[in-house]
Design a binder for this molecule. Sequence first.
Ligand SMILES: CC(C)(COP(=O)(O)OP(=O)(O)OC[C@H]1O[C@@H](n2cnc3c(N)ncnc32)[C@H](O)[C@@H]1OP(=O)(O)O)[C@@H](O)C(=O)NCCC(=O)NCCS
Length: 299
Amino acid sequence: MHSPSPHSLVDLPIRHLNRGDLVPCADLCEDRGWPRDEHRWGLLLSAGTGYGIDAPDGKGLAGTCLTMPYGSDLTAVGMLLVAERYARQGLARRLMRYVMEAVGDTPLALYATEQGQPLYEDLGFSPVGRTERIGGRFGAPGSGGSASAVVSPSRAPLTTRPAAADDLQAMVRLDLPVFGTDRTHLLARLPAFSDRLQVAEEHGELVGYAALWPSGHAEVVGPLVARDTATAQALVASLAATTDRPLRTDVYARHKELLGWLAERGLEPLARTTVMTYGIPDLPGDAARRFAPLTVATG
Ligand SMILES: CC(C)(COP(=O)(O)OP(=O)(O)OC[C@H]1O[C@@H](n2cnc3c(N)ncnc32)[C@H](O)[C@@H]1OP(=O)(O)O)[C@@H](O)C(=O)NCCC(=O)NCCS
């Protein structure tokens, strides 16, 4: 069987992905050295819209892309992946053009890998910030040992505890000005998606929340929303204390104090992304209280 020419590749139809596509989506991640992350794909395909191109050789998907809508305020774009054997033949460009047309005038945001950034720049996206992926076993400073929940909160009455069902409304209220647009459809899925969902309180008021969810052999912290760095630290420490697995998180690079604190506890830099927008000059919301996205595919 001969391979299709590049010309016929860019003419391949783009179709909607659904939960029946979880395994081919995971295979594509693996093909690119990413964790298979079927669990994350499950969340993304139920809360967002997945697009895929079936591989002409009949072996799964040649490419994927995902949009996560936040009303008409913002759409996040993620999971742009093209199978290695179909690389550099225009599939990613075609998927992005398709998605940009599908969302119309809605502003876009994404977290670009080094490989993806040239394409996004070419399509008119502008860099507005960075995230640092940091991971490893969380331990006490200098110990290299196991997880510790000991943290010195800046204000004595700060406490953290597992979220209860009736915390959701307060989480959404806290999240709205921080994320800058309503993401109830995602936050409502966090209790089922996460291994642990933790809230921080002071004097009975919710001042932060964070989720811990499984990815490959690690547990990911995200979203991480907190009033200040001390609150973010208390949330991370309390989540770390619930697992023996390595942690991973994508922290917005402006939060250097948190990144330094994580590094002191044994987490090491793994990768970086460039936050890019299209149609708006920056991400909406309050960057000071937005420490980590749920995933770089959703913001
Ligand atoms: C990034 C990725 C999706 C590009 O897919 P692709 O189908 O090969 O890209 P295209 O053929 O449409 O190329 C579009 C442009 O992207 C850029 N590009 C593509 N691959 C690149 C690479 N490996 N390094 C640098 N730039 C690259 C080029 O500017 C290219 O245009 P050109 O071929 O005219 O020079 C693919 O390399 C991939 O799956 N990488 C791993 C996952 C990833 O990082 N995804 C991006 C998440 S933000």
